[in-house]
Design a protein around this ligand. Structure first.
Ligand code: SAH
Length: 218
């Protein structure tokens, strides 16, 4: 109980910090303010759970920095009941943030240990994301198309499969959008690509970031 109160206060401070850094979407701030980030990390890092920093989750992977999660989610602008695909489940934290926003979340992780951990943890915390073990560069054909796809690992090239699995505009609804960090190993720019028609896409390049790499299965 006392622990909970401590984390609640730290979480509120994190939200103040994110607001100061330019995150202005109230729905996103509310979602990050609701997710217990400390539940997604190893006990050794508990004192840093609500600092705005990436933390190791094993196997050379990281739980993304809260600012990055907030920024990507803000660009994605997910609406309740939309179908969103996440590539790179990792700890499950980003998936939980999307669940808090009332989204139908599908998420893929390629490393079995992380898949097992996050696919057990999310339901335990009350989050209903559909988790899958596999190579996310192929998307998830069987449950496509998606209103949005969010990639949480850096890549040099945008996988065609992901573009193909974005919803086409329909009945006044705008097309699906892809949020993806693109660049070399050391730095990436965040891209938002919106599907405008069968073969037509709009792309916008935004801030610079540094992600762990997206690795296709060989
Ligand atoms: N969204 C995560 C961040 C995880 S870091 C979180 O909130 O914690 C990126 C993750 O992408 C790692 O877990 C890594 O194993 C995974 N990944 C890398 N390449 C992948 C691929 N081709 N398909 C699916 N997951 C991949």
């Amino acid at each position: 109980m006392i622990e909970d109160r401590k984390y609640k206060r730290q979480r509120a401070d994190l939200i103040t910090d994110l607001r100061r850094k330019g995150i202005s979407d109230e729905r996103v701030l509310k979602a990050l303010g609701a997710v217990a980030r400390h539940a997604f990390i190893d006990d050794a890092f508990l004192p840093r759970a609500y600092k705005d920093e990436a933390l190791p989750i094993g196997l050379d992977q990281t739980i993304s920095q809260p600012f990055t999660v907030a920024y990507q989610t803000m660009l994605l602008d997910p609406q309740p009941d939309e179908r969103i695909l996440e590539i790179g489940t990792g700890s499950g934290y980003q998936a939980a943030v999307l669940c808090e926003m009332g989204v139908r979340v599908f998420t893929i992780e390629r490393l079995q240990t992380l898949f097992q951990r996050s696919s057990a943890l999310l339901p335990r915390l009350g989050y209903r994301a559909v988790c899958r073990l596999g190579d996310g560069t192929q998307g998830w054909e069987a449950v496509a198309p998606f209103d949005g796809i969010i990639v949480t690992a850096g890549t040099a090239e945008i996988p065609d499969q992901l573009l193909a699995q974005l919803r086409t505009p329909d009945n006044g609804l705008p097309g699906g959008r892809l949020i993806i960090p693109v660049g070399d190993r050391d730095s990436q720019k965040m891209w938002r690509i919106t599907r405008k028609g069968q073969d037509e896409f709009d792309s916008e390049e935004t801030e610079g970031f540094r992600f762990v790499p997206l690795i296709p299965d060989s």
